[in-house]
Design a protein around this ligand. Structure first.
Ligand code: ATP
Length: 448
């Protein structure tokens, strides 16, 4: 992990947030390359969830959330971690981090009794801060999808089964943020709420677990680094009938990358008014605050029903960490040297190609390189850069380290004969290619 964290800072993937003022724990900023990687991962998720299917719509809802939403979702009462303080060294721990009744930091057994700690951030809305005008920063993106259910079906005429996808920030006041971007206080989620006819939910749950596993391996995560964990008993969330966690071998151990839950009719039911005639099966929270019924007409018998929902919920930041970890390699080279390489799948690479003039500031070479860059950039397949630093070897090493799949060198052969040299990041093989064929080569390389 240390090597990865150092590379992320050195090359501009991820920085400690608010660093010049001492930093804020559990917050990170994505730098010039990090933002590209993160956007590419989100784009890949969005394409597979929304564009590649015919049964999913998108949403981008607000982060600030009415307290009633999180009251009727159960978060106000249940979104807590039991917390223990060490009276000797004053450190604070989640109960599940205390293994032998002693403080993990100083070893003292002088600990407080566990106390519940709500993980939600609150903020004042409007000019008067009297404690009553507040909203929560959403702890998951899901609730905003549930409360928009009626808006989406009314505006799209969807019938079951169908889903609503959303990518966005979520906030949790984690007691002990740790392991780089694995457990942070501000993060992004990619969540799909897939609404199905009750009775078909178990089948859909299985289908979604398979589909999500395949997607992660398509992003370059090796199948043997992933395990499925069936959550049972007290570990199941209050809304869930069954949950399968996709666990990944992070540098610090096997932990959750994504959870796929069968949330039944709990959420839509809990946010609905006059629930008694809705035939709900789960133990929903009685709601007198909402004026809406979050239900849909069953096509067969024309009755109003509350669908069950299957929720694949993935963390963007945990995804980025997993992908960086998979891509990171230190390779021994024949001459006793080594190279660091990030072997990203091309669609995730922050920079798709670097065009490198052989000599720094040579006008003819730089102009030729810039015009090729503009052609490749115009294909809209991702970021392409010109490297006007004149040191080919150094540029190859840099682009290996940031995961650029191809480097294209512009030399005097290019000026005289319109021939470029293309170098492949993974094989390090170099081949000559006619300039006029580079755009097709680049397109095929990225789209195959
Ligand atoms: P954990 O048990 O690790 O705290 P969780 O079960 O509370 O996670 P969910 O509520 O299922 O997590 O959230 C869905 C996804 O959101 C998780 O699989 C994870 O990828 C991501 N996530 C949750 N909490 C955090 C966090 N504090 N930092 C980064 N990502 C998170």
């Amino acid at each position: 992990m240390d090597e990865l964290v150092a590379l992320c800072k050195r090359r501009g993937f991820i920085f400690q947030s608010n660093e010049i003022y001492g930093g804020l724990q559990g917050l990170y900023d994505y730098g010039p390359l990090g933002v590209e990687l993160k956007n590419n991962l989100k784009q890949s998720w969005w394409s597979s969830m929304v564009y590649d299917r015919d049964d999913v719509e998108g949403l981008d809802a607000s982060i600030l959330t009415h307290p009633d939403v999180l009251r009727f979702s159960g978060h106000e009462d249940t979104f807590t971690d039991p917390l223990v303080d060490c009276k000797k060294c004053k450190s604070r721990w989640r109960l599940d981090q205390i293994t032998d009744s002693s403080c993990p930091s100083c070893g003292s057994a002088d600990l407080t009794d566990p106390r519940p700690f709500n993980l939600m951030f609150k903020t004042t809305v409007g000019p008067v801060d009297d404690g009553s005008n507040f909203a929560y920063l959403r702890p998951e993106t899901a609730q905003q999808i549930f409360i928009n259910f009626k808006n989406v079906i009314d505006s799209t005429s969807r019938s079951l089964p169908f889903g609503i996808a959303q990518i966005g920030k979520a906030f949790r006041n984690e007691i002990t943020p740790r392991n780089f971007i694995f457990r942070v206080r501000e993060f992004e989620q990619m969540e799909l709420e897939f609404f199905v006819l009750p009775g078909t939910d178990d089948d859909w749950h299985k289908k979604w677990v398979d589909s999500r596993l395949k997607w992660w391996t398509d992003q370059g995560i090796k199948a043997n680094k992933i395990k499925l964990l069936n959550i049972t008993g007290d570990d199941l969330a209050h809304y869930s009938k069954s949950t399968v966690d996709i666990m990944y071998e992070f540098p610090h151990g096997l932990e959750e990358l994504e959870g796929i839950a069968n949330r039944t009719d709990f959420d839509l039911g809990s946010h609905s008014k006059n629930q008694d005639d809705l035939g709900l099966t789960s133990n929903t929270l009685k709601n007198n605050a909402s004026n809406t019924k979050l239900a849909i007409q069953d096509i067969e018998n024309k009755k109003l029903i509350v669908p069950y929902v299957i929720e694949p919920s993935a963390g963007v930041d945990r995804g980025v960490l997993a992908i960086l970890n998979e891509a990171f390699n230190v390779e021994k080279l024949g001459d006793g040297k080594e190279r660091i390489v990030l072997s990203f799948k091309p669609h995730l690479a922050p920079i798709k190609a670097a065009v490198i003039p052989l000599k720094k500031n040579n006008e003819d070479l730089v102009n030729k390189a810039t015009s090729l860059k503009n052609i490749l950039q115009g294909l809209r397949l991702g970021r392409v850069v010109v490297e006007n630093t004149g040191n080919i070897g150094k540029n190859y090493r840099k682009h290996d380290e940031i995961g650029t799949p191809i480097c294209i060198t512009i030399d005097f052969d290019t000026l005289e004969k319109d021939i470029v040299t293309i170098r492949d990041r993974d094989t390090m093989k170099q081949e000559k290619l006619e300039l006029s064929k580079v755009a097709d080569y680049f397109r095929n390389f990225l789209l195959s």
